[in-house]
Write a protein that binds this ligand. Structure first.
Ligand code: FAD
Length: 453
C-alpha cells in the first residue's frame, strides 16, 4: 500500500489541461472516459464571453463521436445546424467561389460568374455558437473538474521519475499532475514554457492578412446580393482581398467576413484586435463588382479589425517535452482560410485519448510503468500529429494567397488564376476526408513499439 511505500507512484494517471476552450474541453471528456484523472484550468471567469460562430466538418464530428459519444450530442443540443440551404432537392453543403472583381471588356462590366463549387456532402458542415457549445460540454463533465479564474504562470518539473509537475497560477495557488497538456490557444503560455521565452515559435506571427467581420440583416443583404447568393455560402475572390459570407441565425442574418492583405507591420502584438473603419474595407474592395460594393456599403462605419496570427513562419519543433505537451491552437494555430483549425485540434484530442487509454490499460496492476508509458505516449503523439497539423497551417496560407492572387484582376490571366481550384479541391478533401481510424492504428502501433524498445 502507499503507506508502506511512500514514494510508490499512484495507480491513476493525473492530467492537467491548461485552457478550457473547445479543444481543452473535448479532450477532457475523452480522457475522463478512458479512466484518467483530469483537471482543467481556465483563466476566464466563465464560458459566456465569445458569441462567435464556428463550424465543424462531418469528419471532425465523427472524431468527436470516437472521443466520446456525448460530444456530438452536446454539439447538437447547443443548437448546431447543418449549413446547407439547398432545401430538400439539394441537402448537401457546398463551398462556392465567385468572381468578385469587376474586370471590363471595353465598357461592359462582366457580371459575376460562379468559378467553382465543391461538394462537402450531406451535413458536410455543422455550425454552432462557440459559447453555447462550450457550455454544453461543461455540462457533461463532473462538477469539480473545471476550475475557472486559473491563469497558468509556470510549470516546475523536479525531474525525479515519480515526481509530479507543479503548476503555478496567477492567483498564487498551485496544483500537481503527472502531465500537463497545453490547450491554451494561439498565445499559449504552455508553449512558451516548453520552448523557452526566446524561441521563435513561442510567439505567433502576423500573417499580413486582417479580417473585418460583421452581421447584416438578411433582407438588406438580399437587396445587395440577390436572394440565392445571400442565402448560400459564397466566397468572392479578387486581387488582394476576398469576401466570405454565409447565412446564420436561421437565415435571418448574413455573416460577412472581409479578408484584406496588409503589407504593413502589426502595431502591437499583445493586442490583436484594433478598431477598423468601413472606409478601410471600401478602399480594399475598390474596383470590385457592384454586388460586393453594395454589401460592403451595409457594413457599420466602425468595426473590429482582427489581425490574423499563426505559427506558419516558425512552426513548433516538437509537441512534447518530458511531461508537457501541446494540442489545438497552442500546437498549430492556423489562419482561418480552411475554416478547419478547430477540426484539426479535435483530431489531436482523438489521438491523445487513444494513447492515454493505452497507458491506462498498460498500468493496470503495475503503476511503476507510469513514467515509461507516458513517455511513449507523448513521443508517439508528436510523431503522429505534427506533420499533418502543420501542413494545415501552411495550406491555409496557400489558400489565402490563391483567393487573393493578382491575376483575378487581369483578363488575360484569368484562366491561369482559375487553375487554382484543382489545388484548393485537393487541399480541402485532404482535410475533410481524414482517415482517423488509420491515425488511431498508427498511434497504437507507435506506442507499442516504443514500449517494447
Ligand atoms: P482556444 O479556443 O483559443 O482556447 C484556449 C483557451 O485557453 C481559452 O479559453 C483561454 O482563455 C485559455 N487560456 C489561455 N491562456 C491561458 C493560461 N495561461 N491559463 C489558463 N487558461 C488559458 N475552426 C474551425 O474548425 N471551424 C471554423 O469555422 C473556424 N472559424 C474560425 C474563424 C476565425 C475568425 C478564427 C480566428 C478561427 C476559426 N477557427 C475555426 C479556428 C478555431 O477558432 C480554433 O482552431 C479553435 O478555437 C482552437 O481551440 P483551442 O481550444 O485550441 O484554443
Amino acid at each position: 500500500s502507499p503507506m508502506d511505500h511512500p514514494s510508490a507512484p499512484d495507480e491513476q494517471v493525473e492530467i492537467a489541461i491548461v485552457g478550457g476552450g473547445i479543444i481543452g474541453l473535448v479532450l477532457t471528456v475523452g480522457l475522463l472516459r478512458v479512466g484518467a484523472k483530469v483537471k482543467v484550468y481556465e483563466q476566464a471567469q466563465g464560458f459566456r464571453e465569445i458569441g462567435a460562430g464556428i463550424a465543424f466538418t462531418a469528419n471532425a464530428i465523427r472524431c468527436m463521436h470516437l472521443i466520446d459519444g456525448g460530444i456530438p450530442v452536446a454539439l447538437r443540443s447547443s443548437g448546431s445546424v447543418a449549413t446547407s440551404n439547398g432545401g430538400e432537392e439539394d441537402p448537401n453543403d457546398y463551398l462556392r467561389w465567385i468572381d468578385g472583381f469587376d474586370r471590363k471588356r471595353g465598357d461592359e462590366p462582366r457580371g459575376q460568374r460562379l468559378l467553382y463549387k465543391l461538394d462537402a456532402g450531406y451535413r458536410g458542415f455543422e455550425g454552432c455558437r462557440r459559447d453555447q457549445f462550450l457550455e454544453a460540454l461543461v455540462k457533461i463533465v463532473p462538477p469539480d473538474v473545471v476550475e475557472l479564474k486559473k491563469r497558468l504562470e509556470s510549470i516546475t518539473d523536479g525531474g525525479g521519475a515519480d515526481e509530479k509537475l507543479r503548476l503555478a497560477f496567477a492567483d498564487g495557488t498551485t496544483a500537481e499532475a503527472d502531465i500537463v497538456i497545453g490547450c491554451d490557444g494561439v498565445k499559449s503560455r504552455v508553449r512558451r514554457i516548453l520552448l523557452g521565452e526566446d524561441h521563435p515559435a513561442s510567439r505567433p506571427s502576423y500573417t499580413h492578412c486582417v479580417a473585418y467581420r460583421t452581421l447584416i440583416p438578411m433582407e438588406r443583404a438580399v437587396k445587395a446580393l440577390g436572394r440565392y447568393k445571400a442565402t448560400n455560402q459564397h466566397n468572392h475572390v479578387g486581387p488582394g482581398a476576398n469576401l466570405l459570407h454565409y447565412p446564420v441565425a436561421g437565415n435571418s442574418m448574413l455573416n460577412a467576413v472581409a479578408f484584406v492583405r496588409d503589407r504593413r507591420r502589426w502595431p502591437d502584438e499583445r493586442q490583436t484586435v484594433a478598431e477598423g473603419s468601413k472606409a478601410d474595407v471600401e478602399a480594399a474592395f475598390e474596383g470590385w463588382c457592384p454586388a460586393v460594393r453594395e454589401l460592403i456599403d451595409l457594413f457599420p462605419d466602425t468595426l473590429t479589425k482582427w489581425g490574423i496570427f499563426d505559427l506558419w513562419e516558425y512552426p513548433v519543433p516538437r509537441y512534447h517535452g518530458r511531461s508537457i505537451c501541446l494540442a489545438g491552437d497552442a500546437a498549430h494555430a492556423s489562419s482561418p482560410h480552411h475554416g478547419a483549425g478547430a477540426c484539426v485540434g479535435v483530431e489531436d484530442a482523438l489521438c491523445l485519448t487513444t494513447l492515454v487509454e493505452a497507458v491506462v490499460a498498460d498500468m493496470r496492476g503495475r503503476p511503476e510503468t507510469k513514467r515509461a508509458a507516458l513517455d511513449a505516449a507523448l513521443t508517439t503523439y508528436d510523431a503522429v500529429r505534427r506533420t499533418r497539423s502543420q501542413w494545415v497551417v501552411n495550406s491555409s496560407r496557400r489558400v489565402c494567397d490563391l483567393h487573393q492572387q493578382r491575376e483575378w484582376a487581369d483578363d488575360d490571366r484569368l484562366v491561369k488564376a482559375e487553375t487554382c481550384f484543382e489545388e484548393i479541391r485537393d487541399r480541402s478533401l485532404k482535410i475533410w476526408h481524414f482517415e482517423y481510424e488509420a491515425m488511431m492504428d498508427e498511434a497504437l502501433e507507435g506506442y507499442k513499439r516504443r514500449r517494447r524498445s
